[in-house]
Design a protein around this ligand. Structure first.
Ligand SMILES: [Zn+2]
Length: 69
């Protein structure tokens, strides 16, 4: 197994971590129901995208974070 010969310098470590940051999600207002939604995604509140209905009314796509338990 490879064993590190020396300590990683702060400079080297910090340069490696420049790629670790997360970019913020782009939240916009739905032009139809004015709910907050992700840009370039179907509005989960009214089910519309590009001025046409994509999801059935009342149908809500299950959010991955709000898992039913
Ligand atoms: Zn909407």
């Amino acid at each position: 197994m490879a064993v590190p010969k020396g300590n990683t310098s702060k400079s080297k470590r910090d340069k490696r971590r420049t790629h670790d940051k997360l970019s913020p999600v782009n939240i916009v207002e739905c032009p139809r129901c004015h709910a907050k939604k992700l840009a370039h995604r179907v509005c989960l509140s009214c089910g519309y995208y590009d001025n046409r209905q994509v999801l059935k009314s009342g149908e809500k796509k299950k959010a991955p974070a709000a898992a039913s338990k």
